[in-house]
Design a protein around this ligand. Structure first.
Ligand code: RB5
Length: 150
């Protein structure tokens, strides 16, 4: 799977770990983040990853900052992006199954490398269930496009 990844200065080490983990599993990973010694405003990395996903260049996106919160909020501003901020694998699995999330975010100051591995496994391996869940995801798209889904 082609996966876009990005990070700010709080998450360089964890981003490197996750990138290697995914590559070892055979995924193609495109890095939109920053390297050690650099500083970044996380909305910029969020936008780069989100645009890669929204355009179809990447199938999924993963963004990492200190908490995962800021970078997920920013990613969700790009049309077509559904990014969940998660800190354990059950949410990572269900955000795919129920919400058809095309991105996840997590925090390098919140979780460690082993938890990140379990999260990305769940995110990458789970497919959207569709059905009634797809109807709700369609309502999210309607809210995004029209400003309302009432
Ligand atoms: C950067 O210091 C920090 O604010 C950022 O990584 C993130 O936690 C924001 O949500």
């Amino acid at each position: 799977m082609k996966i876009a990844i990005g990070n700010d200065h709080a998450a360089v080490e964890l981003k490197e770990h996750v990138m290697q983990y995914l590559r070892d599993k055979g995924h193609e990973v495109q890095d939109f983040g920053i390297a050690a010694g650099e500083s970044a405003d996380y909305p910029r990395q969020a936008e780069k990853v989100a645009r890669a996903v929204a355009s179809g260049d990447a199938e999924r996106g993963i963004v990492i900052c200190g908490t995962g919160v800021g970078i997920s909020i920013a990613a969700n501003k790009v049309r077509g992006i559904r990014c969940a901020c998660v800190s354990e694998p059950v949410s990572a699995q269900l955000c795919r199954a129920h919400n058809n999330c095309n991105m996840i975010a997590f925090g390098a100051r919140i979780i460690g490398p082993q938890m990140a591995e379990a999260i990305v496994d769940a995110f990458v391996e789970t497919e959207a269930l569709g059905g009634r869940h797809a109807n709700r995801v369609n309502l999210i798209a309607q809210l995004e496009q029209d400003g309302t889904c009432l």
